[in-house]
Structures are given as C-alpha cells and as structure tokens.
Design a binder for this molecule. Sequence first.
Ligand code: NAI
Ligand code: MG
Length: 491
Amino acid sequence: MVVTGMKQMWIGGARVNAIGGRTRQVINPTTGAVLATVPEADADDVRAAVGAARQAFDGGEWRRLTHRDRGQILFRVAEGIRGRAAELAETDSRNMGKPIVEAEFDVTDAAHCFEYYGGLATKIHGETLNVPDNAMSIVVREPVGVVGQIIPWNYPLLMAAWKLGPALAAGCTCVLKPAEQTPLSALILAEILSEAGIPAGVVNIVTGDGPVAGAALVEDPRVDKVAFTGGVDTGRLVMAGAARTVKRTTLELGGKNPNIVFADADFEAAVDGALFGAFANQGEVCSAGSRLLVERTIYPRMLDALAAKVTRIRLGDPMDRETKMGPLVTEEHMQKVLDYIDVGRREGHRVITGGGRATAGALRSGFFVEPTIFADVPPGSRIGQEEIFGPVLAAMPFDTEEDAIRIANDTPYGLAGAVWTRDVFRGVRVLQQIRAGILWLNTYHSTYNEAPWGGYKQSGFGRELGPYGLDAYLEMKQININLNEAPLAWY
Ligand code: NAI
Ligand code: MG
C-alpha cells in the first residue's frame, strides 16, 4: 500500500505543491521514521484555496445542484471510502498510531457519515409561518457559504468526514485543513471526493500548520464560517480570529470527562468500561473518561480489578491486530503526557499501574506510554482538572450521589460523561444533573452519526452530527409574501 512518498494537496480540483515549495515530513510514531512528505502551505496557499472555494460557491454549480444529486454524490463518496477501506485504515494507523482495528472502525464510520448526510441532503426544508397579516411568511434554508474546517490528529479520517459530510449536504464549499501531524488520509479522501463527482473547488485540502495555515483560514474575510475541533487554547484563538469578520463559528474543544461508578453497577462491565473509556485510542480522545469517580464502598475492589485487567491492554505495533494501544501521536505529545505524569507524582498522587514511557523491545523506537492510573486524586488537583489527552486515568472515591454530581461538574469542561448503575432512576437523575453534551448510561464511547456531538461550558459550542450538524452549515432566511392586492398606501 502506498502510504509513503511525496504527496500533494488539493486546490481547485488540482493536485498542487505549496506555492513557496516548502514541505513537511510526516512521521510514523511507531518507529519515529519518516512516513511521507506533504506540502507545507502558507497564507498564500490558503488564499488560493479560499479563492477556489469562493468561486465554486458563488458560481453556484454545487449549491444549485438538486438536493437529490448532491445526496447521490455523497453516497458515492461513502462507496469510494469502502472501496479504499484497507488503505485508509492502514494510513491512519501508521500515521497516527491508533490500533488498526480501531482505524477500521473509523473508516466504516466515516463511510456511514457521508451516507447519513447523503440521505439528509434531500430532507433540508423550510417552514410556512402563520403571521398576523394577509401574507405568507416562509422560512428557507440556504448554505452558509464558504467554510473553513480545521481538524485535529486523533481521528484524522473521521474528523474530515464529520466536517465535510454535513457541509457538502448543505451546499457549502470547503477548505479543510487537517492537523499537520496527520494529513495523509484526508489527501486520499480528496481523490475519493473528486472521483465521486464533487466539482473542482468545492472541497480544497491544504496541508500546513496551525499558526500559519490555520490562522490564515480563520482570518480570510471570504470565509463565512469556521468549524474547529482541537484544544481549548487554540479554540480561543480561533474564536477571536473569527470575530474580526463575524464568522459563524463552531468549536469542539475536549474535556475532562467524569465516568461515575455506583456500588450497584455491574462490576465487571464497569471495570471494562472504565478502561475502555480511558484508554481507547491511547486516551487521545476528547470524550475520554479521564476521571473515574467510584462509590467508596467498592473503591478498593475497583482499583484492584483495574490494576489486574489493565495488563490485558497490549501495547504494540498498531498494525498488529492484537494491539490494544499504539504509540502517542508525536514525540512532543508523548512528552506532554509524561510531564503530566510527573506533575501527578510530584503532587504526591499514588500510581497504581503504569506511570511511564514503555520501552520494552520494539516499543523503544516509538512514542509509547503505559496505560497509567492514579488513585485518590483530589478533584481540584491539576491531574484531576486538566485535559491530558493521553492514557492517564485519575481515579477518585465519592460518598453520596450529591458528591458525585458536584465533583463531576467541577471542571471548566462539559463535553461527555457516563454513569454506571443498575438503578435506572438514579442513573437518569444523575445524568440530568451533569452539565455536559454527551452522556452514557452503563456504556462508554458509543458515538452515532444520528446524535448531536458537542459540549457545554469550555468544551465549546455548536453541535456536529445528526440534523443539528447540518443546521450548523445552513443559514435561515425569511421571505414574506404580501397577499393584499390593494396597495397599502403609507403616504
Ligand atoms: P491544536 O488545537 O493546536 O490543533 C488542532 C488543529 O488546530 C490542528 O489542525 C492545528 O494545526 C490547528 N491550529 C493550531 N493552532 C492554530 C491557530 N492558531 N489557528 C488556527 N488553527 C490552529 O491541538 P494540539 O496542539 O495538537 O494539541 C494540544 C492539546 O489540545 C492536546 O493535548 C489536547 O488536550 C487538545 N486536543 C483536543 C482535541 C479534541 O478532539 N477536542 C484534539 C486535539 C487536541
Ligand atoms: Mg497546538
């Protein structure tokens, strides 16, 4: 499979190098070796891409296509993804370090996402309002225009699908900037989009870093909307940059999500769910269950069970089907996660398992970190409050339902969370009190294209996926039709 080599980006339907001729090496985090080389876009490249998207939008070829034709093209995109599923999964696995089994799941999900929005494209409709006049007042939905889409490295293909699917269904044109660490699957997707019949200029993919290419996209006055997924600090910059030209903005910014286990929960299911919530995708997940709140009566038993079962999380080459955790995405990110482990230790918190870089055998050349669990973490401590975005779980006991709710809500974030209990009344009662956008009862991480994805508080605003995600790419227009044939004669 051709993961390697020199790649080009996509602007105006053509494969292009960066205008300035600069390139960036893309690293395989399992080996530290160069995987491929991509163009390194600067502001001029972004301006060219926005120009192509603007022309494609204003020219109207895409937005004036019938909704059915647009939907059918998205169905073809889904088929195209399935046709290159193995290549896409291998690309994300090698480029990002996620286990191949998880990467395959992402590919399937990405195809479903385009299919979902292909179906929804024909269900975009307006309304007729009853107004106190002899008039017909109608509401029509129109595409928001040119959208700038900035995505992170943790789900490279899937994040591209979440951004492009609804935007294309709405009739928008797009400039997508993948994370500089993981641009490769998005470039394959560009080929699939073009083969499926997406016209030139409707989707442009620029590979470049955040402060240069990302910032240029946010600042360009010809961009009508910015959709961003990433860290909260970057989100603040994006919001401030978008403010200058009052761009529509949606932000998905991560979390420090509570996973709450009551004593009456199915114990084995909760142990498994705690580990899966914290360590799936190496913990590099915005919705990771990175705080484990356990009712005190089962807390010691829970810690023992976690320490025993964590040994089944096999670290290794992500291309190996038995691997449960691959390397972290970059050396820099690994260092950030290791620094947090140090902070936890220095603040005196107890490590019950893991606690460092994993270097046995072949792991030595990659950016592997052991699945790490801290016990008795004070809710207000740094590792109890800050998003680590790696395989580090902070466990803490609680006494009462009220305690659990208070601790759960006591962070600046509000993205996701879960409750484990056999008492459905208590489960729902607690979930209703949690100030977060995505919640689970007796499970963790299940994510549906049909359901709204996004956060409360500093986890961002706006929702992706479902019909809500489509709304984020639509403007609303009221049209009032006078039905009085006799003129009003104001003057
Ligand atoms: P980041 O937020 O800096 O990067 C995400 C995207 O934003 C990338 O495409 C990047 O190129 C772009 N970007 C960076 N600076 C920009 C700027 N000034 N203007 C416009 N775009 C910009 O995330 P990073 O640095 O990779 O990770 C830092 C932390 O952010 C992580 O440790 C984690 O806590 C959090 N994060 C959260 C994610 C989520 O899914 N919500 C995903 C990735 C990171
Ligand atoms: Mg950054």
